[in-house]
Ligand binder design. Structure first.
Ligand code: SF4
Ligand code: SF4
Length: 461
């Protein structure tokens, strides 16, 4: 009986999923080359940044620290409270637009070089797998042979993966709990349900992802791959195969193209596609096929670049237009939003005052006088202790006789990043009342003399 034909990646099916729905688990081949060197350096740097950010102190706080119980975030020396939450909108939209600019210009460089999924998979877990289980051929051989040696290696690999997943999940928590506190908490994790559950949840997710799910995250879960089709165009620089030069492909065909159909570019692909089929949603722009093909071209003494970075126009005509309309639209929108974000961040208040009134009782009448009650909610948004002075603005209502203010606590001392409510009253004679007028109170930061005018409507019958 003849052997069934080996399945090859095509444009109609996902290669990593078999016809019966089972997983076609890839054994990705090793590759060397200039892009691998660049990527590896980048992965090391990014991992270093991940580890360093909660450790580096900027302005007395970790460089990145999100304090959920206190609804505060410390980012590179800046302190943001819940009152600054609207900035998250600018940040998220800005990041999205930044990704649009990058993708329209250079395809999925984010996925191949910067995405945490790739950085941990290719920069940490895959090298460990290769170290313990060997390269693609050794792995396949050991799998075929089976035995205690193979089981031992698998056990060792999964133990290291689990420990790493746990270490990453713990360090991820260091972005929310200061490192010293977190380390002190570690021995008590079993008794600290929230911390324990979070660490177990993330350990499980990371272990599942990097030990088994792998490229399926990019193919099935991540929405960015699907967006790619709408963001790239004829002039976007992508990783592609030079059909004009490569075809007709084939081994030892003198009159043929440069592609010798060695399938190295397929064997090294972490998502299991054949780049010679054209741009596909599964391509994460990892450059493995570029280096693999360059290696082959070196061996057969042909120029490098059969698989390379170029635009679709470049592959077809040899001419590229990088800076075109689509790029400028995204870039201008991104620049406008980034500017707005920087301006908003720079003009944040150091304290915040909100005025509240008792519900359903806009005013009370007492011996011919109208009385309004206000509650001021003062929030110190700085890392320093502050004293705030509350006073009425003298010139308002100067034309009305008998206006009185009762401010039981004109001096409010607030600890760093704390808040407090204070009550105050304003009253005036019934006969002096004119509807639709506002009182103005001033709240002054005694240290900086920054004054906030707080306008409150005086209500009467
Ligand atoms: S690595 Fe290069 S030569 Fe080999 S199959 Fe791929 S494109 Fe062709
Ligand atoms: S086709 Fe090439 S660049 Fe795209 S994912 Fe596969 S190896 Fe990476």
């Amino acid at each position: 009986m003849s052997k069934p034909a080996q399945r090859r990646p095509d444009l109609n099916t996902v290669y990593t999923i078999n016809d019966d729905g089972s997983r076609n688990f890839l054994q990705v081949a090793d590759v060397r080359g200039r892009w691998q060197r660049i990527k590896k350096t980048g992965y090391w740097l990014l991992n270093l940044v991940f580890v360093a950010l909660p450790l580096i102190q900027v302005g007395g706080h970790p460089a990145v620290h999100i304090d959920i119980p206190r609804r505060t975030a410390h980012l590179f020396g800046g302190t943001f409270t819940n009152q600054d939450f609207h900035l998250v909108f600018f940040l998220l939209i800005g990041m999205g637009l930044g990704l649009f600019v990058l993708t329209s210009l250079a395809g999925r460089v984010w996925c191949g070089f910067l995405c945490p999924q790739t950085v941990f998979m290719e920069g940490v877990f895959r090298p460990i797998e290769r170290f313990i289980e060997g390269d693609r051929f050794q792995r396949a051989k050991r799998k075929k042979q089976g035995g205690a040696g193979n089981t031992g290696r698998k056990l060792a690999k999964h133990t290291v993966f689990l420990l790493l997943a746990w270490a990453i999940s713990i360090w991820f928590m260091a972005y929310f709990i200061p490192v010293r506190e977190l380390l002190g908490l570690l021995p008590h994790f079993p008794g600290h349900t929230t911390a324990l559950l979070w660490s177990l949840f993330w350990t499980g997710m990371l272990y599942f992802d990097y030990s088994w799910f792998r490229e399926q995250t990019c193919l099935i879960i991540c929405p960015y791959g699907r967006l790619q089709a709408t963001l790239v165009d004829y002039d976007t620089v992508i990783i592609g195969y030079d059909k004009k030069r490569g075809e007709p492909r084939g081994k030892g065909v003198e009159s043929g193209g440069d592609c010798i159909d060695c399938r190295r570019c397929v064997d090294v692909c972490p998502t299991g596609i054949d780049i010679r089929n054209g741009l596909q949603m599964e391509c994460i722009g990892c450059t493995n096929c570029v280096d693999a093909c360059d290696e082959i071209m070196d061996k057969i003494k042909k120029p490098r670049g059969l698989v390379r970075f170029d635009s679709s126009r470049g592959f077809e005509t040899g001419v590229s237009h990088f800076f075109r309309g689509r790029f400028w639209i995204y870039a201008v929108a991104f620049a406008a939003l980034a500017t707005l974000f920087v301006v908003r961040v720079g003009s944040r208040d150091s304290f915040h005052v909100t005025v509240m009134r008792p519900r359903g009782i806009p005013f009370t009448m007492e011996e011919g006088r109208i009385r309004n009650l206000y509650t001021f909610h003062l929030q110190n948004k700085t890392d320093d202790e502050k004293v705030y002075l509350i006073a009425p603005a003298a010139e308002v209502f100067a034309d009305v006789e008998g206006v009185e203010y009762i401010i039981p606590q004109p001096r409010v001392a607030l600890a760093p990043l704390s808040d407090q409510q204070v009550t105050l009253f304003a009253s005036m004679p019934r006969e002096g009342y004119v509807s639709g007028r506002d009182f103005i109170f001033t709240v002054t930061d005694s240290a900086t003399s920054v004054v906030k005018n707080v306008k409150v409507r005086f209500r009467g019958p």
